[in-house]
Design a protein around this ligand. Structure first.
Ligand SMILES: Cc1ncc(COP(=O)(O)O)c(C=O)c1O
Length: 470
């Protein structure tokens, strides 16, 4: 349903100075104005880029582009040529950042679980989900668990990581990565991220290794692979375990190897905003058979698989239910299509933002196949002249949902003590300037155009304050 806001906000006289136009654009909800003559007939439209191109000299009419259709937003005129309504087909609903697509066999498989009474973790869908996932990753062992956080904990526990050990964690990640280390009693060691991948900086990792270091935990943030070659080389040289937190990176790959299958072990999350979802859920994949067997035992209370109710060690209940695995199986059947949608979305945003001053798009690096779980940009807030949070408020006002990049772990009370005297300049910069945009696989072309145009126009409108018109 097209929406039709009050039009006055979007109309400016053709004779208005560009200083006035700049002022009005900065306040315009969409960073867009329509130019009308003295009689009120609409002649064209104007945005921040058009005003900036004139360096402040001239009138609104001199800077405008003729026409009233501006991509995702179009002005509707009445029979006399007067503005009648503003049509924004992409604003039909508030576009969520990442919502699940459950259009495959999910209902059929879940119904089967219920009609056959197999709803606990004992059902066949759990085994099928594990086997399908192992095949997808090209690894011998995949163990389904209740969520991506316990996947990380189980991985570390299976390697026997505990008190006295150190585990290297990037400063820019969701808190679950560091929390899992803390659950084991080991000490997390925070390191900065690289400016290009936004993931663990290999040089910072090398500098943080001590005789107590046991593992390195690269995270593939938002689906962008970490720079794995130097991390693997370091791990090999120093005898360290590499546990990849691939919670956000199903479908991403590095030099042809799926993320999660590059190191010794990889973990995934199937929370509802993830590319593959089971509502809540997770997976751990291993290459080593013995470690995988231990992880399986630990997932099931530490119980001996051949001797019921005999516990070899203290374990956990980290199992996934058959109901959840049934959804997961149906989701995996659609993964190729989901990834194609993410490609469509990232291609669209990349093309739209390529020439927009003040926006940096995710780095495209040789051999790094980003799955673009959520498409995230960096604002050059010094150039745009508005803080990231104020910009997000402008987006919300225009009807576009956005999400800030994670806070730096070293800034938050529970994790301050794990920063040492290391620098976190890149993480701090990305955390302060990063904005994730709507990236659901179900987003329509209209919605995508509306979001991208609104972001680009608001950036251009805000920048006008930096170079005021004469
Ligand atoms: C990088 C990262 N690691 C771990 C997790 C934890 O996954 P879950 O929410 O399934 O516990 C998430 C979840 O969003 C994540 O983004």
């Amino acid at each position: 349903m097209p929406s039709s806001p009050a039009l006055d906000e979007f109309l400016i006289r053709d004779t208005a100075s560009l200083a006035e136009a700049a002022n009005r654009l900065q306040k315009s909800k969409l960073g867009l104005l329509f130019v009308a003559d003295a009689a009120g007939r609409v002649l064209g439209h104007l945005d921040g880029t058009m005003v900036a191109a004139k360096h402040g000299a001239g009138t609104a009419a001199g800077a405008m582009t003729a026409g009233i259709a501006t991509g995702a937003v179009a002005l509707q005129l009445d029979a006399q040529g007067y503005a009648a309504s503003l049509e924004m087909p992409g604003q039909a609903r508030r576009v969520p950042i990442a919502e699940p697509t459950l259009g495959g066999n999910e209902l059929k498989y879940v119904t089967e679980c219920i009609t056959t009474n197999w709803i606990s973790s004992q059902g066949s869908y759990v085994r099928r989900f594990e086997s399908d996932f192992a095949k997808l990753l090209g690894v011998p062992h995949a163990i389904a668990v209740s969520n991506g956080t316990v996947a990380l904990h189980l991985a570390l526990a299976a390697y026997g990581i505990g008190p006295g050990d150190e585990v290297i964690v990037p400063d820019l990640t969701f808190a679950a990565t560091i929390n899992a280390v803390l659950y084991t009693g080991a000490t997390p060691v925070l390191v900065d991220v690289s400016a290009d991948t936004w993931n663990m900086d290999p040089d910072a990792v090398a500098a943080a290794i001590t005789p107590r270091t046991k593992a390195i935990m690269p995270v593939h943030l938002y689906g962008q692979p970490a720079d794995m070659a130097p991390i693997l080389a370091l791990a090999k040289r120093r005898g360290l375990i590499v546990v990849e937190d691939a919670a956000e990176a199903v479908g991403a790959s590095w030099n042809g190897t799926p993320c999660g299958a590059i190191g010794d072990c990889g973990t995934f999350s199937f929370f509802s905003n993830k590319l593959v979802t089971t509502g809540e859920g997770g997976m751990v994949v291993f290459k080593d058979e013995k470690i995988a067997a231990r992880a399986k035992r630990l997932r099931d209370h530490g119980m001996n698989p051949d001797r019921k109710y005999w516990h070899d060690e203290v374990g956990f209940n980290y199992r996934l239910t058959n109901l959840q695995a049934a959804i997961g199986c149906a989701q995996l059947e659609q993964l190729e299509g989901f990834l194609a949608q993410k490609k469509r979305i990232s291609n669209f945003y990349n093309a739209r933002f390529a020439a927009v001053a003040g926006i940096a798009t995710p780095a495209i690096l040789e051999g790094f196949a980003n799955s673009y779980w959520v498409y995230t940009i960096l604002l050059d807030t010094a150039d745009i002249g508005i803080s990231r949070d104020a910009f997000m408020a402008r987006l919300a006002d225009a009807g576009v949902d956005s999400r800030p990049v994670f806070f730096c772990l070293h800034d938050m009370p529970p994790y301050k003590g794990f920063a040492g005297n290391r620098s976190f300049a890149n993480a701090a910069h990305i955390s302060a300037e990063g904005v994730s945009l709507p990236s659901s696989t179900s987003i329509s072309d209209d919605e995508l155009a509306f979001v991208a145009d609104t972001v680009a126009r608001l950036v251009a409108a805000c920048r006008l304050a930096k170079a005021p018109a004469a």
